[in-house]
Ligand binder design. Structure first.
Ligand code: PGU
Length: 398
């Protein structure tokens, strides 16, 4: 715990927002920082949860502990909806209370004695949980890199995909696509290279597809679209950003039977043990909601909310582009990744906040590779996004 460099990024940003509000009590702050969903959950989904909840008050509808791995009906629906013809079985799906929690449970499974690689920049929970479990050594240099962690630089210069021929072997590779924060969805060819690299090195890929529903081009939505991936990859995913379940809490992890430790022991057996000993299963109310999300009516309703956020992305991308800045992301993910050449990302964060009262996220919070960038969430009510767009258009960054 002592090795953790900073406060966790998002609470740190909230603290800065509070300071700002104290300084400007009459200004309306717009939050384009943490990737928190804002639009109501479609009623077809919440009604299913409320029906389930009401039934808990009846002798027939009451349910206690369920299967630790999740409701089988939901596991089947996840396979059908997200994996279709891919070689993923319902028994390989573990329903969870969100992918952030699964990241830590996977770290518990992997233990302190492994080496990891992460995209740089990437979602900070991979590194933080790695430091907490004891995988990382002290800091490597002034940019704040940890020893024992391999940072795979991903920026515009390499099409947001690491140069694997120059990447050191690690036991585990955390890989997020579409990536948070850059918004880049890895292409089929890039993922084929990644799977090949993991095979050659005997590494396990932990593939985070939390934003797969935002993919609009032909990029794969699951690592299992790549032949051979079931032998090297675990996939974690979530209902948070597709169904607005950031508060309800529901996600899943796929651990294929074919994924083995180097001694031939199936990883799924150990993950099952972790889930049974350290978790006990997701809330049955949330799972009832998840099942409704995957009904034809629920799926249609939740995807229309995704489309709404995508339109927000177009509006904001246009505003940043009008400032002459290079804007990445937004097409396959609910984040824009805005390049501010020559400027430090915390300075840009402060300047945008001072001049427009808009909260963003400094890119360096996602790793040294995020310096000179800011991340902008496209979750927000339309009127807020339009207001942000108006304020941004008159911004002059110095
Ligand atoms: N994986 C990725 C890539 C994420 O960006 C997030 C959330 C999660 C997993 C966690 O999802 P849950 O299923 O809801 O647990 N990222 C948000 C929230 C950050 C936070 O840690 O509070 C973001 O703004 O990056």
């Amino acid at each position: 715990m002592e090795r953790l460099r900073n406060h966790y990024l998002f609470p740190e940003i909230s603290a800065r927002e509070l300071e700002h509000i104290k300084k400007y009590p009459n200004e309306k702050v717009i939050r384009l920082g943490i990737g928190n969903t804002t639009e109501p959950i479609p009623e077809v989904i919440t009604l299913a949860m409320s029906d389930f909840t009401r039934a808990l008050s009846t002798p027939e509808g009451y349910r206690g502990y369920g299967a630790e791995q999740g409701n089988m009906e939901l596991r089947k629906a996840i396979v059908k909806t997200f994996y279709g013809d891919l070689p993923v079985k319902d028994t390989e799906v573990f329903v969870s209370d969100g992918s952030q929690c699964d990241i830590s449970r996977l770290q518990l499974l992997l233990g302190s004695n492994v080496t990891i690689a992460v995209q740089d920049p990437s979602f900070p929970a991979y590194i933080d949980s790695s430091v907490i479990i004891g995988q990382a050594g002290g800091f490597e240099d002034e940019t704040g890199k940890y020893q024992n962690i391999v940072y795979m630089k991903c920026g515009p210069q390499n099409h947001f995909f690491p140069d694997l021929s120059n990447t050191l072997r690690t036991d585990v590779i955390f890989f997020c696509s579409p990536n948070n924060p850059t918004g880049h969805a890895a292409s089929r060819e890039q993922l084929e290279q990644l799977v090949e690299f993991a095979k050659e090195n005997g590494s396990i890929i932990v593939y985070d597809s939390a934003y797969a529903a935002y993919i609009t081009d032909e990029s794969p939505q699951s690592i299992y679209e790549i032949p051979g991936a079931i032998e090297v990859a675990i996939e974690i995913s979530s209902f948070s950003k597709i169904a607005g379940f950031t508060g309800v809490r529901l996600g899943w992890t796929v651990v294929p039977d074919e994924l083995l430790f180097s001694n031939g022991f199936p990883v799924i057996h150990d993950f099952n043990r972790i889930v049974c000993s350290c978790f006990n299963g997701a809330s049955n109310v949330a799972q009832a909601g998840g099942l409704a999300c995957l009904s034809p009516e629920g799926a249609k309703a939740m995807l229309s909310v995704v489309d709404y956020y995508k339109e927000n992305a177009n509006i904001l991308a246009e505003s940043f582009a009008s400032l002459g800045l290079n804007v990445y992301g937004g097409v396959n993910a609910p984040y824009l990744w805005v390049h501010c050449p020559g400027l430090r990302s915390w300075d840009v964060f402060n300047e945008i906040l001072e001049k427009t009262h808009i909260i963003t996220v400094p890119g360096s919070g996602f790793g040294p590779g995020g310096e000179e960038f800011i991340r902008v969430t496209t979750f927000g009510h339309r009127e807020t996004i339009l207001e942000a767009s108006t304020r941004l258009k008159s911004l002059v960054l110095v």
